[in-house]
Design a protein around this ligand. Sequence first.
Ligand SMILES: [Zn+2]
Length: 325
Amino acid sequence: MRMVIGIDIGGTKLTAALAGLDGRVAEKIRRRTEADWTAKDNLAALREMVQELLEAARRCGAEVESMGVGFGGPVEPIRGIVRRSHHVAGWEGVRLREEFEDAFGVRTHVDNDANVGALGELAYGAARDRRHVVYVNIGTGIGGALILNGRLHHGATGNSGEIGHIVIDRNGPPCTCGQRGCLEAFCSGPSIRRRAVKRLSRSCAGSTSLPTGAEAITVSSEDVFAAARKGDILAGKLVHETAELLGIGIANVLNLVNPELVVIGGGVAEAGDVLLGPLREAIRERAMPAAADVEVVAAELGYDAGVLGAIALAAQHLNEATTSR
Ligand SMILES: [Zn+2]
């Protein structure tokens, strides 16, 4: 039996899973990382986790022929080299592909978490059987990926799909990338929270279910969506504004690549229809008519999206190697 291993390297947790080529997971290991861990500690933990999965495969007579790694930060996908991590020290220039291939003798493929998330949705989730897909992941940051003609598009240097860094206001707030006014600086989880706190801190904030004044600092983006769902007027305004800003960013992408489907994933997307409803409207209003005729759906893979995407990456390369033989 042929199997693959998928590995998801996040800022606070590591997940590795052994699976069939159809994405069915046979065994999964998850470990929380410690706050003071560097890249070296992460790699040592990952080696143990992969070793354990290889032994599990051996016990059931399966052979692991390919590994896929999704990394939470920019990577150079062809050589499998990490550019940096936004959360963990020491990842700069780590040759992740080589590390795993040398340690285990299994072909390894590396990509960033947004690209891997899109591959997961394409293989096993909301984008199955689709050919032109824009994937947007809204969480701590905003990541994105483009599937063009059924294939992940990397661009010249692997930087394609950075939807979060489309500038929508040249005088907007500073962004983690060093620019101002990026989509991420308005609509990531922390940015939504920042906008909410600013509004709620005013003495006459006009919210009936969210903390106001000095207490506003305790509010989270999840609280804003929950309050909007309950009919809170200020929260409703914040959500509509978020949807409109996201809609402008996504409409720009639609005009450029004309996809048939937009998949929205990540923690913020879990807000569901309270966000997706006004987002669909904003997109329809802002995109050119021929491009605006697009389905906008929530991602399907949820909490396991990262590791399932890594499994999809490994399986895809294995399938391609088999068919080109
Ligand atoms: Zn930016």
